[in-house]
Design a protein around this ligand. Structure first.
Ligand SMILES: [Zn+2]
Length: 155
C-alpha cells in the first residue's frame, strides 16, 4: 500500500517499509502540501493530528487517524484497518531508512562492510540500492518478530 506520514510517525514509517509498504515520510511539509501530495500520489495520509486528518478528508484525500499509544498497538490498528499481514517478506521489504526496495546481495559483495562475526552466523544479506545500507537477520530480528507477534495477538 502507499502511505504518506508526518511528524511523530517516524518509527511507524520504518515498520511499514519493512512490511513492504511504500511510505513517504515528511517531517517538514506543511499541512496543505502534505494533503496535496497524498492526493496527487494517491497515498493514504497517516497522522496523529485529528484536525489535519479531518481537513485531508474534507479536501478529498484518503486519511487515517493513528491513535495507538504504543508502536505495537499502532501496527495492530493499521493492519486491521487496511487488512495487511503483519509478516515481513524480505522479497518485498523496503529500506526502513529511505523507502527504496531492498535487494538480495551475495556475501562477496558485502563482506568488507560487515562485522566478521556476522559473516560466521549469517549468509543472507540485502542491500538498499539507494542509501547502500546493508541488512541481515541479526539479533534485532527476534525483537522484530516478537513485536509483530504481539501486534497480531491484539487483533
Ligand atoms: Zn535505503
Amino acid at each position: 500500500m502507499r502511505f504518506i506520514t508526518n511528524g511523530m510517525l517516524g518509527k511507524l514509517t520504518r515498520w511499514l517499509r519493512m512490511l513492504g509498504h511504500d511510505v513517504e515520510y515528511s517531517g517538514s511539509l506543511d499541512d496543505d502540501k502534505l494533503i496535496d501530495r497524498a492526493k496527487t500520489e494517491k497515498r493514504i495520509l497517516l497522522t496523529r493530528d485529528l484536525r489535519l486528518c479531518q481537513r485531508a478528508i474534507t479536501q478529498g484525500a484518503n486519511a487515517f487517524l493513528v491513535d495507538g499509544d504504543t508502536g505495537t498497538r499502532k501496527l495492530a490498528q493499521l493492519s486491521k484497518r487496511f487488512n495487511f499481514k503483519l509478516e515481513i517478506d524480505v522479497e518485498i521489504s523496503r529500506c526502513p531508512k529511505c523507502n527504496a526496495s531492498i535487494e538480495s546481495v551475495p556475501i562477496e559483495k558485502v563482506i568488507d562492510r560487515i562485522p566478521k562475526a556476522t559473516i560466521l552466523y549469517h549468509n543472507e544479506f540485502w542491500k538498499c540500492p539507494s542509501c547502500e545500507q546493508i541488512y541481515w537477520r541479526g539479533s534485532h530480528w527476534k525483537r522484530i518478530e516478537k513485536t509483530l507477534r504481539e501486534a497480531k495477538e491484539m487483533l
